[in-house]
Design a protein. Structure first.
Length: 559
């Protein structure tokens, strides 16, 4: 299970601590993570997962994974399996406590019958549009349905016939009889059941009436003996309704506590919008590395440790806000800096020929795998007469303050020698296609002190280089809050993905396993993509080396 750091108690943990001191709940803490299987989990869900499972672990309790599968028109087994994989990957385990709201369909039906018998629920013939019209507004009370005062006997008969499949979709609903004049719109006779002749991913065609989320949510918590039902703030106005249902039935009453959901800049978090991105082919799928889904972040190269650290830093509160994606990237850099071995890769290659280096000579030079972790040791990188360097590391006519390779100038090659540019070779268009250099054989060493040069650049032996495709990802949206515009897709970044197919990496990466992380020196952190095949390496850029969040923190400290 994912480890959590020591923290200052948030308001939810303070509540739980105080209730346990008072002997409430018999000293037990039972939480649940209740996703609807209608899409893939995203970074916002990660905060809820860490909170639900984290609190259960801290207080010696348990956390259930329950799928609120009450809407068969949008739910699929694919999503169920993806959610289970994501929760496990994030570092948490529900053990034997895997549940589905559909497990409780019969009990929910029986409780609905009980409310009908108590005169607290009725079958309504109003259409969905009419129900909305009758509901009223925040400033005007609703109107009672003309079917609201049907007899208990008639309601029981109609509800049984609804279950038996006698009526078409949308022709009838079961509604709670509460208060059409309530200032809380959720209490204005909410719908409990709707007719949907649709096959369910678990119950098949057994049911043609399905409970609404508002009807199933609280009762499912009650059935499982949940003590603390942790929800995001949009459910605060629903809490009186959940309380009403449970009080009418006289069953176990969990405590619901609301907290602010996690919103991340430069993306959208709505499952509906994420599904739209997938279905319209704007992204390659739910696991596209530009998506905020956990599957997408995993493919991008994010680690569960970094995401848990991010959720820890964001904290738990009541105020809604948008968290800068720079903080998430900062957490990832801190994690990968410690764990990712270093390697050299050239993304936009330019050939260098060292004229005074023997053509048939190959040196095995020693390179440090990770200066942050000496236990990772060193590796050998081959050095030869012909090398690849980055195109940006050479300028024939450099701009001011350009200190990399240029005619007559020297640079140090990482882990290798100092070289000096003595000439260039151009193609018929006048473009430099080869840089001719000489090397100083007395400048070799991991930490040389015998020659001072301003810049060290990376390289790869042309003879030993492994070809690779590298995918450079950026934010999917150009603005921090795309949701604020109804035309949110207008802010999609057309350059959120750049594919480089003529890249080279050092030979030590020839058999790099899918999911392996590396810091390509001077370029950023990268991960091996699942598209990798034998002889065809594919790397995704996880994050650049530039840490804007660290700079922001430093500026704040200086103030």
């Amino acid at each position: 299970m994912g480890e959590t750091k020591s923290r200052e108690p948030d308001f939810i943990r303070e509540i739980v601590t105080e209730e346990l001191k008072q002997g409430k709940w018999g000293g037990k803490v039972v939480t649940r993570f209740p996703p609807e299987p209608n899409g893939y989990l995203h970074i916002g869900h990660a905060k809820a997962i860490c909170l639900d499972f984290g609190i259960a672990k801290e207080f010696g309790g348990r956390c259930h994974l329950r799928f609120d599968d009450t809407n068969p028109t949008k739910e699929e087994t694919e999503y169920v399996e993806a959610i289970k994989e994501d929760v496990r990957w994030l570092g948490f385990d529900w053990g034997e406590h895997l549940y589905f709201a559909s497990d409780y369909f019969e009990q929910l039906y029986e409780w609905a019958v009980e409310l009908i018998k108590k005169g607290k629920a009725y079958v309504d013939d109003l259409s969905p549009d009419e129900i909305r019209e009758y509901r009223g507004t925040l400033t005007e009370p609703g109107k009672e349905s003309p079917y609201r005062n049907r007899s208990i006997e008639e309601n029981l008969d109609l509800f049984a016939r609804m279950r038996a499949g006698e009526f078409p979709d949308g022709s009838k609903t079961l509604r709670a009889k509460i208060d059409m004049a309530s200032p809380n719109l959720n209490l204005r006779d909410p719908v409990m059941y709707r007719i949907r002749h649709v096959s369910h991913h678990r119950t098949g065609d057994k049911w043609c009436i399905y409970p609404t989320y508002d009807w199933a949510h609280g009762q499912s918590d009650s059935i499982e003996g949940i003590t603390h039902s942790l929800c995001t703030m949009e459910y605060e106005d629903h809490r009186p309704l959940y309380d009403w249902f449970i009080e009418q039935l006289g069953i176990h009453h969990p405590r619901q506590i609301e907290f602010a959901r996690l919103n991340l800049s430069h993306t959208v978090m709505s499952k509906r919008k994420l599904l739209q991105l997938v279905e319209e082919g704007i992204v390659a799928g739910w696991d596209d590395p530009r998506m905020p889904t956990l599957a997408g972040l995993r493919r991008r190269g994010y680690t569960p440790e970094a995401i848990r650290d991010f959720c820890e830093r964001v904290g738990v509160g009541k105020t809604q806000n948008v968290i800068e994606v720079a903080l998430l990237e900062h957490c990832l850099r801190e994690d990968l800096n410690k764990r990712a071995p270093r390697a050299m890769a050239v993304l936009r290659p330019l050939k260098v020929v060292i004229e005074n280096y023997p053509e048939d000579r190959v040196e095995e030079l020693e390179a440090i795998n990770n200066p942050e972790d000496p236990t990772m040791g060193t590796r050998k990188v081959p050095f030869t007469r012909e090398l690849w360097i980055e195109q940006d590391d050479f300028r024939e006519n450099p701009p001011p303050k350009y200190f990399r390779l240029l005619p007559g100038a020297e640079v140090r090659l990482r882990w290798a020698y100092v070289i000096k540019c003595v000439g260039v070779v151009k193609n018929e268009r006048g473009e430099v296609v080869e840089v001719r250099c000489t090397y100083d054989p007395n400048t070799l060493g991991i930490n040389p002190t015998d020659r001072k040069v301003k810049v060290t650049i990376h390289w790869v032996s042309a003879r030993h280089a492994q070809p690779a495709e590298v995918r450079l990802y950026d934010n999917l949206f150009l603005v921090p809050k795309p949701d604020e515009d109804e035309n949110w897709k207008a802010h999609i970044n057309p350059n959120s993905l750049e594919r480089l197919t003529n890249c080279y990496v050092e030979p030590s990466l020839a058999n790099a396993a899918v999911g392996s992380h590396y810091q390509f020196e001077r370029l950023g952190y990268f991960v091996v993509d699942p598209d990798t095949r034998p002889g065809a390496l594919v790397f995704n850029r996880t994050v650049t080396l530039r840490d804007t969040w660290a700079k922001i923190e430093k500026q704040l400290e200086e103030k």
